[in-house]
Design a protein around this ligand. Structure first.
Ligand SMILES: C[S@@+](CC[C@H](N)C(=O)[O-])C[C@H]1O[C@@H](n2cnc3c(N)ncnc32)[C@H](O)[C@@H]1O
Length: 296
């Protein structure tokens, strides 16, 4: 009886959220108990992060300068929107969906976390945006072949369980000639500069020159879960741009461009971050990759 009540509550919640379309089949696959697996863990991790996700610089946008830098990156790779359809994969609270909407794309955001989608839907409503948000798995998309002109995804690739399958899906849902834009990074390995910054930070903190990091931080248990999940995903050693680009080629994408010119975005983000975090952001291996679906 309780299960029936919970299911009914879930259905009502979904239909109360503007533009939020139910995907019952996917939900059924999101198992619990004995079948609870890595994908469920990842989804639940993000659901728990949903409430505070937008408080973190680097997630939500904290200045017009940053917003302009994002718009410039998107336009550099996707050109003028002209009312084309865009799928924001793993849309989270809808930050990228809003950037695409600003530029004139017709946007659908897709995420498998209900908590993230609730935030996204209420944020879009409060800003009076016509963005559709859907519940679904970015590795197994239910949309028909050739549904979108562009597919954009930020900070999803590094956490994919089966990127090869995901990239094949993204190719499938793009129209022939359509464009994929991946924005991601290697969040595992630290380069020499990042290691140096971390060492200087520890040194300065020991000497009392620098206060312990301020700004929002993950509670200990979530940080530990994050490390545990990261140790088991495909890109457990870090999603390097070259490796991702090779997998996109293998999936059938063409004309692949790796763009490391994210400096204007990172400099704008750094202004809202503690000093060392902002410096580290500017030396990390972060990138955008544009890839085209061949027209045949
Ligand atoms: C780091 S957040 C990024 C959110 C958003 N793209 C942004 O940049 O603000 C990762 C998001 O990916 C979603 N996600 C992870 N794997 C997914 C999958 N296989 N299908 C759908 N969503 C997924 C999570 O629920 C979470 O909202």
């Amino acid at each position: 009886m309780r299960a029936v009540f919970e299911f009914m509550t879930w259905i009502v919640n979904i239909y109360l959220l503007e533009g939020f379309e139910a995907d019952g089949d996917r939900r059924d696959e999101m198992a619990t108990g004995a079948n609870y697996g890595l994908r469920d863990e990842i989804r639940d991790f993000w659901s728990e992060r949903a409430a505070s996700f937008d408080e973190f610089p680097g997630h939500e946008i904290f200045s017009e300068r940053e917003r302009r830098a994002w718009h410039a990156l998107i336009e550099r790779h996707l050109g003028e929107a002209g009312g084309r359809s865009a799928l924001d994969l793993a849309s989270g609270t809808g930050v990228v969906s809003h950037l695409l909407d600003d530029l004139g794309f017709r946007v659908t955001g897709l995420d498998w976390s209900e908590a993230m989608l609730e935030r996204a839907a209420s944020k879009a409503a409060s800003r009076d945006r016509r963005i559709t948000f859907r519940l679904g798995d970015a590795e197994r998309i239910i949309e028909a072949d050739g549904s979108f002109d562009v597919v954009v995804t930020r900070h999803l690739v590094w956490t994919l369980v089966d990127p090869a399958a995901a990239f094949a899906e993204w190719l499938r849902v793009l129209k022939p000639g359509g464009t994929l834009l991946v924005i991601d990074g290697d969040f595992v390995s630290q380069g020499p500069l990042e290691r140096l910054i971390a060492r200087l930070e520890r040194f300065a903190q020991r000497r009392g020159v620098l206060a312990a990091a301020s700004g929002p931080a993950l509670p200990g248990d979530l940080a530990a879960r994050h490390r545990s999940i990261l140790s088991r995903v495909h890109f457990k050693d870090g999603a390097r741009a070259g490796d991702v680009a090779q997998m996109l080629t293998d999936a059938g994408f063409a004309d692949i461009t790796i763009d490391r010119r994210l400096g204007p975005i990172h400099r704008a983000q750094a202004r809202a971050m503690p000093l060392t975090k902002g410096l580290a952001r500017q030396v990390q291996h972060r990138y955008a990759i544009r890839a085209i679906k061949p027209s045949d």
